[in-house]
Design a protein around this ligand. Structure first.
Ligand SMILES: NC(=O)c1ccc[n+]([C@@H]2O[C@H](COP(=O)([O-])OP(=O)(O)OC[C@H]3O[C@@H](n4cnc5c(N)ncnc54)[C@H](OP(=O)(O)O)[C@@H]3O)[C@@H](O)[C@H]2O)c1
Length: 258
């Protein structure tokens, strides 16, 4: 078997190897998602603002990482063209729109609807909302060819005022939840399922000091979630177990929303 054929097949089977594109893979939930999919034999193409790490923690090569600033429209379009070139089989089985930003005020305070600068608001929307639809539209042929699945990562902050997540972040996630509904209708007709997951307080660097209080008072399970507990659900939404799930938003928050 040539190295190229080997690369296209899952390690322990004769099935063709599946490919996922994941935005924001360098840490947190994205990082756990790469581990989950690559250990199941998927080819994972990642993108983020930073270059490929010299010590790649999941054993991929730099050919599967693309440096993109999703806050920059022209750079996002350039990145999409590069991704299409790298999808040599022409199929994309999963697109996970995970990258996001959540800016804070000086000193780490919450940026509310009165004090968020419009430039900040627009930047948040470019990364958190416009990039996901640009990615999905730009890769629509490859998703269709694979009858693939899109997962948009929203947030508990998209449906309630959160003590730390700011107004721009919250509204971008609410918009992404609405976009998931629209996409489930439009892409669903093409055989591509689109769902979202809404994490609550997951143990990553995005959390603010003071989250312990939310854990004590608002989360019935009285603990943070782990990145892998989120990655597992993303995996389910990209595989056969969820073959008739389309347009859903799954809460992953230990019951914080109840
Ligand atoms: N952690 C939580 O408790 C929680 C709760 C609710 C929702 N979420 C959502 O879950 C997702 C992941 O969260 P996380 O906590 O794992 O976040 P994180 O640790 O802050 O990671 C964010 C990722 O996005 C990438 N990124 C940021 N700006 C980018 C840009 N302009 N262009 C390209 N990539 C960019 C970052 O990579 P670079 O820095 O290399 O660009 C990084 O890999 C986000 O959508 C977040 O809103 C998280």
């Amino acid at each position: 078997m040539t190295p190229e054929t080997q690369r296209q097949r899952a390690p322990d089977s004769n099935a063709p190897r599946r490919t996922m594109l994941l935005t924001g893979a360098s840490r947190g939930i994205g990082h756990a998602t790469v581990i989950r999919f690559s250990s199941a034999g998927w080819r994972v193409i990642t993108c983020s603002r930073h270059p490929f790490p010299e010590q790649c923690p999941w054993g991929a090569g730099p050919e599967d990482h693309i440096q993109i600033d999703l806050g920059d429209r022209a750079d996002t379009l350039r990145g999409i063209a590069e991704i299409r070139e790298r999808l040599d089989g022409g199929q994309l089985h999963a697109l996970v729109n995970n990258a996001a930003i959540s800016p804070k005020a000086a000193g780490g305070g919450r940026l509310g609807s009165i004090d968020t600068e419009m430039d900040t608001w627009e930047h948040v929307f470019r990364v958190n909302f416009f990039a996901p639809i640009m990615m999905a539209r730009g890769l629509i042929d490859e998703l269709k060819a694979a009858k693939g699945s899109v997962v948009n990562v929203t947030s508990i902050a998209g449906s309630r005022v959160h003590p730390f997540a700011g107004a721009a972040y919250a509204t971008s996630k609410a918009a992404l939840a609405a976009l998931t509904r629209e996409m489930a209708s439009d892409f669903g007709r093409l055989g591509v399922r689109v769902n979202s997951i809404a994490p609550g307080e997951i143990d990553t660097s995005i959390l603010s000091p003071g989250t312990e209080k939310i854990v004590e008072e608002d989360i019935p399970m009285r603990r943070l979630g782990t990145p892998d507990e989120v990655a597992k659900i993303i995996y389910v939404l990209c595989t056969e177990t969820s073959s008739y799930v389309n347009g859903a938003e799954i809460h992953i928050n230990g019951g914080q929303h109840v």
